[in-house]
Design a protein around this ligand. Structure first.
Ligand SMILES: Nc1ncnc2c1ncn2[C@@H]1O[C@H](COP(=O)(O)OP(=O)(O)OP(=O)(O)O)[C@@H](O)[C@H]1O
Ligand SMILES: Cc1ncc(COP(=O)(O)O)c(N)n1
Length: 270
């Protein structure tokens, strides 16, 4: 089985973060491992508290996973501060871990701030240059460049982000009118279209997308194909999103279709 490592933060409500990543890895058929950098006290309504671990905590977990289990791909999610981002960038480069997908999480679906202001520079200078793919959503793409959101300028923004060093940029479009993701590989743009599912149960869609993308890279697919399949997995997880879980926007359900096809729900409900 191929292996993927998530370096990210816990969401106690399990809609996003490390918990969403593990579900997405399972959905995509890879063995998921984790390096926890912080934990949130969070539910579907909001983020109540954030507790960050010292950067060394991340480093030791990544080393432990790498020396025994290994990783065919790595994804980063919420890294919260500059010290953690620097430590993760140094460790991933030192251990020569392949297929790094960086999801520069900045703001939660519920509106909470998940990245300290001075940490943006660490993403730009330290983590992006070692990434195979970065996956900001449209708002994050502009914020990373200190620019105001303007959908007309999305291609310029992708070019500017690519110039910071990642091999590929995928600007995810979950919050845009078209719902299309945009891939830029340094030469050409590819629009990745797909169904848009209303219903608002999309908490964790970004985490699911970047974990699926890392999984498909671990499985050896080229970036464009991996990005297409990642959008399919994320869209399907939104389609099966769990409105009945919590009072806020429901968590995505990465395994919804798989369980339905296996008849699991029917068996449980008798
Ligand atoms: N309503 C939707 N229907 C179909 N696909 C969606 C929908 N919302 C998001 N997606 C897909 O999910 C993936 C993540 O997109 P999005 O732009 O929402 O990321 P994000 O804002 O980082 O996510 P999050 O809200 O979890 O932080 C993308 O592939 C996007 O196209
Ligand atoms: C621990 C953690 N990581 C990532 C997100 C972003 O996900 P979303 O934007 O869907 O809230 C989150 N809310 N919590």
């Amino acid at each position: 089985m191929k292996k993927a490592l998530s370096i990210a933060t816990s969401d106690s409500g399990a809609g996003a973060g490390i918990q969403a990543d593990l579900k997405a890895f399972l959905r995509c058929g890879v063995y998921g491992t984790t390096a926890l950098v912080a934990t949130t006290a969070q539910n579907t309504v909001g983020v109540k508290d954030i507790f960050a671990f010292p950067p060394e905590v991340a480093v030791r977990q990544i080393e432990a996973v790498a020396e025994d289990i290994g990783a065919d791909a790595v994804k980063t999610g919420m890294l919260f501060n500059a010290g953690i981002i620097s430590a993760v960038a140094e460790t991933v480069a030192r251990l020569d871990l392949p297929n790094l997908v960086v999801d520069p999480v900045m703001v939660a679906e519920s509106g909470a701030k998940l990245l300290e202001d001075d940490a943006v520079e660490s993403y730009r200078r330290e983590l992006f240059p070692v990434a195979r793919v970065i996956t900001p959503n449209a708002n994050e793409a502009f914020a990373l460049l200190g620019a105001e959101p303007d959908e007309e300028r999305i291609e310029e923004v992708a070019i500017e982000l690519h110039s910071l060093g990642p091999e590929n940029v995928v600007v995810t479009g979950g919050h845009t009118d078209s719902g299309a993701d945009l891939l830029y590989d340094g030469r050409k743009f590819t629009r990745i279209e797909g169904p848009v599912h209303a219903g608002g149960n999309a908490h964790g869609s970004g985490c699911t997308h970047s974990s699926a993308l890392a999984s498909f890279l671990a499985l050896g697919l080229p970036v464009e194909e991996a990005a297409r399949r990642a959008r399919e997995v994320a869209a399907e997880a939104v389609q099966y999103g769990l409105g009945e879980v919590g009072a806020g926007p429901g968590p995505v359900h990465a395994l919804g279709r798989v369980l339905e096809e296996a008849g699991i729900y029917q068996e449980v409900s008798g």
